[in-house]
Ligand binder design. Sequence first.
Ligand code: ADP
Ligand code: MG
Length: 397
Amino acid sequence: MGRIIIFTGKGGVGKTSIAAAHALISAEEGKKTLLVSVDMAHNLGDLFACSVGRNVTEIKKNLYALELDPDYIMHEEFPNVQKAVIDFVGASGANITLNGHFPLPGFENLFSLLKIKQLYESNAYDRILVDCAPTGETLSLLKFPELLSWYIEKFSPVGKIMLRVLNPISKLRYHVKLPDRKALGDLGQMHLDLINLQELLKNREICTIRLVCIPEKMVVEETKRNFMYLNLYRYQVDGVFINRILPEHMDNPFMEKWHSIQKQYIEELEKVFVHMPLSYIPWYPEEIRGSQAVEKLCEDLRSLSNLFDIRLQTDNEEYSLCENGYLFTLKLPGVIEDEVEVYMHNLDMNIRIGNFNRCIPLPNTLQRSQITSVQLEQGVLKIQFKIPEFPNTEEAH
Ligand SMILES: Nc1ncnc2c1ncn2[C@@H]1O[C@H](COP(=O)(O)OP(=O)(O)O)[C@@H](O)[C@H]1O
Ligand SMILES: [Mg+2]
């Protein structure tokens, strides 16, 4: 089974460098490795001092690189999907511009994810390492498959059927299988692809996310929020890389001051990510450009014994049975109680935190239920659903 590792973090913190070093080490281990950039400001070519573009380029033995152009992929590789979604939005009465652009901002980027899924399913690579754009854009990208699925489930008949079949409680209890894709139209296939995409990206055996940061206030704050939002959308973070750490004893008061500032933020990161593998990377005297410079970074990463292991033990979201109904738990490390709002709206459970609202269609079993309690305990959100006359009249559909 292949692996996908996604690198994310604030702009300029070292995502590309660290993703590239992972890629070099992976190739050295004899694993066929693809390093993919989904940042529109691609710079893999710069880093390896060679030309990388829309087509897979071999960098060295076992190492391949690709810079994705979502607009190109959308038109050239998934024209049916694009058309199906535009027709669907048109039919649902949404305002759509005449030149065929989709009104959901960032829609094109979804095609980068669909392309990654296609590359994964081709079985051509053992590991796919994804170098992302800065945090905000990456979060918008990663929430897109669920968001678009939600639209299809709400507004198209095919989506409504899928929602019934695929709700998490039906899956939990009846081990239902996905419908045959040939039996579905273009929109149904698109929806199925979105569901498969989410299953792929949220399957911790396959896909994990690694956060890259530097020990500075703004970056630490953003890293904590990013981690919490990734959890909100059920992505699995399995490592944090603290980059650009100054050496000790620099014999220079100015640098010593910076060193003590860094120390304070490293300690804060250690407290927040207490159960997460943290990796410490020094600040090198030179930029990381060209394979030789990346090699220096590789030396430091190689000393981490379990670099490609999945460093996670448990899922971060689940439904379980409890007295009178079901309990939904979601790990939201670092969230502040006052900022979490949970409410039902149109048969969906909404979890709102700051500017992000995750809308989770409720399984049919829970649609007649009531939320009886919402609690946040040590970073875990616990939502209890009471089902009338549970369990006697309870059915899964
Ligand atoms: N540990 C480090 N020491 C020295 N320079 C670094 C280090 N990590 C990154 N850099 C440099 O910082 C800049 C940004 O790194 P990059 O990997 O492109 O970040 P991102 O992909 O997050 O924007 C690059 O010029 C890179 O060479
Ligand atoms: Mg980058």
